[in-house]
Unconditional design. Sequence first.
Length: 324
Amino acid sequence: MTPSAEDVLQNTANIAVLGVGAVGQLICHQLTAKAAKVLLLTRDVSGPQTLTCQPLMDASATSCVPDSVTHQYPSLITTNLTAEHLAHIRLLIVTTKAYQVVALLTPLLAKLRADCHILLLHNGMGPHLALSVLLAQHPAMGLSLGTTSQGAMRLSQWQIKHTGTGLTQLGHGFGAVINDNYRALLLDAIPDSHWQDDIITSLWQKLAINCAINPLTAIHQCQNGALAAPQHQDTISQLLLELIPVAKAQGVKLELDNLLEKVNQVIHLTAQNYSSMYQDITHHRPTEIAQINGYVSQCAQEYGLKTPLHHAILASIKSLEAQD
Ligand SMILES: NC(=O)C1=CN([C@@H]2O[C@H](COP(=O)(O)OP(=O)(O)OC[C@H]3O[C@@H](n4cnc5c(N)ncnc54)[C@H](OP(=O)(O)O)[C@@H]3O)[C@@H](O)[C@H]2O)C=CC1
Ligand SMILES: CC(C)(CO)C(=O)C(=O)O
């Protein structure tokens, strides 16, 4: 049965977020601000009572910190989810790290409603390919894909700070298309969000940005803005030059000048940020390198293309990850 706009906005939580970290919590706040009810799927056995978000500082209000916003949320623990628990979820938004997506969704697919729609919102690429194979067994399900350049940081387990505005691009992946009311709700709730008919091209463009900025900031231990220095520009160009033929082999047309402009724009706009990979390395956490430069290297191998710099960078980050 197709949910009505009223169901989507008013009913008991039929939207769930899996991966209630920085981005997951931000999306929860943004949906809740539009009166949607959101269920949290968390591995924290005590579950949160409330989530709190410190909003973005208005550029004109430099002297005061904006008030935090707190909302209450029902939650379920991911380790013991039953089909009965999951029966109400019609839209599952997955905001885990890329390397957690497939392992978390694989056991869940058989328990979700037959017509549940899944939206992936992570950096890097690859999980959608594994999921396309798994979803072949669930013909009424559908997958949407997305990427966001909003910034969010965890202040504590259930408290985040909204650290940056940025474009969010969403689009159809495969299987059943997302219900129009959910699509409208997402686009209304997430600032600067857009539906892309060709989401795979958008994901490759974001992948190119992450391939350049994330590992270089982790290797050089610097903020994103430091990559504007002339000594990094050749490396960035070389990474993009290696990536373009790989994207082309997948039917995605990218151009060097356009990508360079996008990368340098993000370097400029997020100059004060420490990239997620820099932070993962600094805090001795696994990185998403396998789904970023690793994805490019792996696809290149499949097409008989050479990407020596991506390969070398993959090795450097793996060796940084191994240092404890
Ligand atoms: N933060 C940012 O500003 C941006 C992030 N991104 C991308 O968004 C994605 C998410 O990033 P971010 O929110 O920062 O990452 P976080 O690590 O903050 O969030 C990931 C969440 O997944 C949860 N999780 C992991 N395993 C399980 C499990 N078995 N059961 C339930 N929950 C689980 C983690 O739980 P736990 O809390 O218990 O660890 C955590 O809350 C990444 O791909 C990132 O690159 C993109 C743009 C900006
Ligand atoms: C866009 C960028 C590089 C912002 O820091 C990012 O996505 C990340 O850090 O993972």
